[in-house]
Design a protein around this ligand. Structure first.
Ligand code: GUN
Length: 293
């Protein structure tokens, strides 16, 4: 039987309705949740992400402002703007869109964001809290994947989750999140990476397989067990002269072949992407709620 297609768009839509109510509750108490974004340069993918964030914020009732810095901005100028957003009480969440120009140290910039306003969950204080199981803003893509699984009836509890990819944004925090002794987690987690010998040996053991390598169509049907739940985090632009923009988006999985075998799979686009943006909104609302007595 073909796989159930897990629509991130649908799950995200349901969460956004909940967030609208929470934003309104805050307004009833005199507080407008605010998100400050810093965008350096005009990388098309970054501009598209930042536009999606602004649109989601507006839809939910979050005040959003994007500081646009030129592509040749110095590290000092970026840090100065982070400091400005840190101090500005209108903003409960602050994020700097990555990647940054090559002469800027991204760790230095991330470390400069106030941990209380770090709605990406990238600050080392929050990364440490996540690993220790303490309350903290959860990185948006891992948080979105967890919510999508739980809300679609595929809770990771007791399951073997195999993650391909060990990035600081997805693989590592997702492993930390799903192995926690908490509802919606409590999974057995394996991480595969470029140093793994015979990846297929591990992916075939997965109840839930998460592809987050950033390499188009790398997970093929042969690597997937019948009945597996597959989450595709990849967003790869591949040239396509028949598409209006000259490219199309493909995931890290061979969707068409895997959907004949898996119990469920997320599409690209319309899978993890909308969830990531939505969890950023969730983190912003939660950061605003934390400031109230
Ligand atoms: N660039 C790609 N993904 C992300 C993200 O989740 N947060 C930020 N700040 N930049 C990104």
């Amino acid at each position: 039987m073909p796989a159930k297609i897990i629509s991130g768009k649908e799950v995200a839509g349901a969460i956004r309705e909940e967030l609208k109510l929470r934003a309104q509750k805050l307004k009833d108490r005199g507080l407008v949740a605010g998100l400050g974004v810093i965008l350096v340069g005009e990388d098309p993918a970054s501009v598209s992400y930042v536009t999606a964030k602004a649109k989601a914020a507006e839809e939910i009732g979050i005040f959003e402002e994007t500081v646009r810095l030129p592509g040749d901005a110095a590290e000092e100028e970026i840090l100065k703007n982070v400091a400005g957003l840190n101090q500005d009480k209108r903003f409960h969440g602050v994020l700097v869109q990555l990647p940054l120009p090559k002469w800027v140290n991204p760790d230095k910039v991330i470390n400069f964001i106030s941990p209380e306003k770090d709605v990406d969950g990238f600050h080392p204080v929050n990364v440490g809290k996540l690993l220790r199981g303490e309350p903290c803003p959860l990185p948006c893509t891992p948080y979105g994947i967890q919510q999508m699984l739980v809300r679609s009836g595929f809770s990771p509890e007791g399951q073997h989750v195999v993650i391909c990819g060990r990035s600081n944004i997805v693989g590592k925090p997702l492993a930390a999140l799903l192995m926690q002794k908490k509802p919606g987690a409590n999974a057995t987690v394996t991480i595969c990476h470029t140093g793994t010998k015979d990846i297929k040996k591990y992916t075939l053991q997965a109840d839930i397989l998460i592809a987050a390598m950033g390499a188009p169509k790398t997970i093929i049907a042969d690597m997937v067990r019948e009945g597996c739940v597959v989450i595709d985090v990849g967003v790869n632009r591949v040239p396509d002269s028949s598409a209006a923009k000259g490219f199309r988006l493909v995931g890290d999985c061979d969707f068409e072949a895997i959907k004949e075998k898996a119990a469920a799979i997320t599409p690209v686009p319309g899978g993890v992407g909308p969830m990531t943006v939505t969890m950023l909104m969730m983190n912003t609302i939660e950061a605003a709620e934390r400031t109230l007595p």
